[in-house]
Design a protein around this ligand. Structure first.
Ligand code: AP5
Length: 219
């Protein structure tokens, strides 16, 4: 029988470390990391029609309509680098998106879900210290993962900035939406016995270690 390739879906509240950890895992496994948040920010930066439409939602911490997200994801998954597996960060986010993804991948891929758990208080702490590079997408934290040179990106030297949707009121909205929508992902992972739950409230290195350990067990 043909073996399905593994894919990994990171989910967790805003600021839980999905982006940070999915990039570590991508490097370890040699798989592309596909982040819908990153793809949307890229589309916005080049002022594409899709990016401009999405910006109205992202700015206010609202979920971008499924149709747009599906368009982005379906296009990205057609690229050759995703043929033998990939890592998803921030997609799917709810029951409808999970359903869309399962239809899209059919039995070609087997999804594993990685839940990164952190408290609301930690979310606020993390997001208030986050700085991002709009040029290459790298992300830092002023205290926990500071850039080497002041406000400049270690990777490309570009000036770092605060994400538009990291304002406290917008973060509260994103957090509330996450709580409303993530249950189906948990339920699906549990039912399929392909759920890895990680305590995200540890150092970046320890979270990475826990994820790698769990992944090594399933390979
Ligand atoms: P997206 O970019 O996906 O935002 P999010 O899910 O809210 O997640 P974040 O990027 O805020 O956080 P993260 O968990 O990746 O944490 P990070 O590693 O950066 O989406 C943005 C918006 O796009 C959404 O609100 C929505 O509008 C739209 N969108 C995206 N996907 C969509 C979809 N599927 N459907 C519809 N709309 C969609 O870490 C955070 C900070 O903490 C960093 O500064 C980091 O350095 C630091 N940090 C990380 N880990 C640790 C640690 N262990 N200890 C201390 N600090 C840490």
């Amino acid at each position: 029988m043909k073996q399905a390739y593994l894919i990994y879906i990171f989910f967790g509240p805003p600021g839980s470390g999905k982006g940070t950890q999915s990039n570590f895992l991508g490097k370890k496994l040699g798989l592309p990391v596909i982040s819908t948040g990153e793809l949307l920010r890229y589309e916005e930066s080049i002022k594409s029609p899709l990016g401009l439409k999405a910006r109205r939602y992202v700015k206010h911490g609202q979920l971008v309509p499924d149709k747009l997200i599906h368009q982005i994801i379906a296009g990205r998954l057609r690229k050759r680098d995703a043929a033998k597996g990939f890592i998803l960060d921030g997609y799917p986010r709810d029951a409808k998106q999970l359903d869309d993804l399962l239809k899209l991948i059919q039995d070609k891929y087997t999804p594993w879900l990685i839940e990164v758990k952190v408290s609301d208080r930690e979310v606020v702490n993390r997001i208030s210290g986050r700085r991002v590079c709009n040029n290459c997408g790298a992300s830092y934290h002023l205290v926990y993962n500071p850039p080497k040179k002041g406000g400049l990106c270690d990777v490309c030297g570009h000036k770092l900035s605060i994400r538009e949707d990291d304002k406290p009121a917008v973060v509260r909205k994103r957090l509330a939406d996450y709580k409303d929508s993530a249950d189906p992902l948990l339920a699906y992972g549990k039912k399929q016995k392909r759920l890895i739950s990680i305590n995200g409230e540890q150092s970046i290195a320890k979270v990475r270690q826990d994820i790698f350990k769990a992944i090594d067990k399933i390979k």
